[in-house]
Design a protein around this ligand. Structure first.
Ligand code: URA
Length: 235
């Protein structure tokens, strides 16, 4: 974004006045005086006017896929001082927000962005994108339970809509199950398994629609590709 626009958008003054300030040598980017009118401000640059740092916004939209680890809250700040997903993207200069939430003890794919429109559309209850989870559960997940989970179960005053359930592995006393749901009620997957008699021991979100977690290491993030962003916007 052009420097004069950046200064004006930060609420310092008009663009014309900003041009004067720039011409007079009152503006610095990252500590260097800038007098060139057309200079661009990039995300992460610090801009000062008359020696005072200003809070600007380059308007750049950022879209990240984060692999949320265990024991992080999906908020940008926590009054109990627990670790938050903000700590994992602290080196990104933009103010990002998580799209939806994962429980403290759920791991996996979380989108982080500063695009409010996309956040709104992806988290709207009418939104029908399948989210894929892999749940490690205690006990046996019988065919009957698979059928109950698939059709819908009562999770306490709410009957879930149809989901897609696949037992990936059945051990003598535990199982690994892939479950795709469209809704996002609080602790929904845990409650669904509890409703049929299986306790969830670990839960990971592996995909949102066709957007996959892939090999992203836990606690790490990557930028979404242009194609992935387009895909999410068109969902
Ligand atoms: N379902 C849950 O139970 N927990 C999550 O974090 C997400 C879906």
């Amino acid at each position: 974004m052009r420097l004069n626009k950046y200064i004006a958008r930060a609420g310092v003054c008009s663009r014309r006045k900003a041009d004067e300030l720039i011409a007079n040598g009152n503006v610095k980017i990252n500590g260097d005086v800038i007098t060139e009118m057309g200079t661009q401000v990039e995300a992460g640059d610090s801009v000062s006017v008359n020696g005072r740092l200003i809070e600007g916004d380059t308007g750049e939209k950022i879209y990240l896929a984060l692999n949320k680890p265990l024991g992080y809250v999906t908020t940008m700040r926590d009054e109990k001082n627990r670790l938050t997903v903000a700590d994992l993207v602290a080196d990104v200069p933009e103010r990002l927000f998580p799209v939806g939430r994962l429980d403290y003890n759920t791991t996996g794919l979380l989108i982080m962005t500063n695009d409010g429109e996309l956040t709104y559309s992806l988290t709207h209850p009418k939104h029908e994108v399948y989210k894929t989870y892999v749940a490690s559960v205690a006990g046996v997940v019988s065919d009957k339970r698979v059928s109950q989970l698939s059709k819908g179960v009562d999770i306490g005053g709410f009957v879930t809509s149809p989901s897609k359930v696949k037992v990936l592995k059945q051990n003598p006393r535990s199982a690994v199950v892939e479950i795709k749901i469209r809704e996002g009620k609080n602790r929904q997957v845990r409650k669904m398994f509890a409703a049929v008699g299986n306790r969830v021991q670990a839960l990971e979100r592996t995909a949102i629609g066709d957007l996959k977690l892939g090999r992203l290491m836990t606690g790490h993030y990557r930028k979404l590709t242009k194609q992935e962003v387009e895909y999410l916007k068109n969902l």
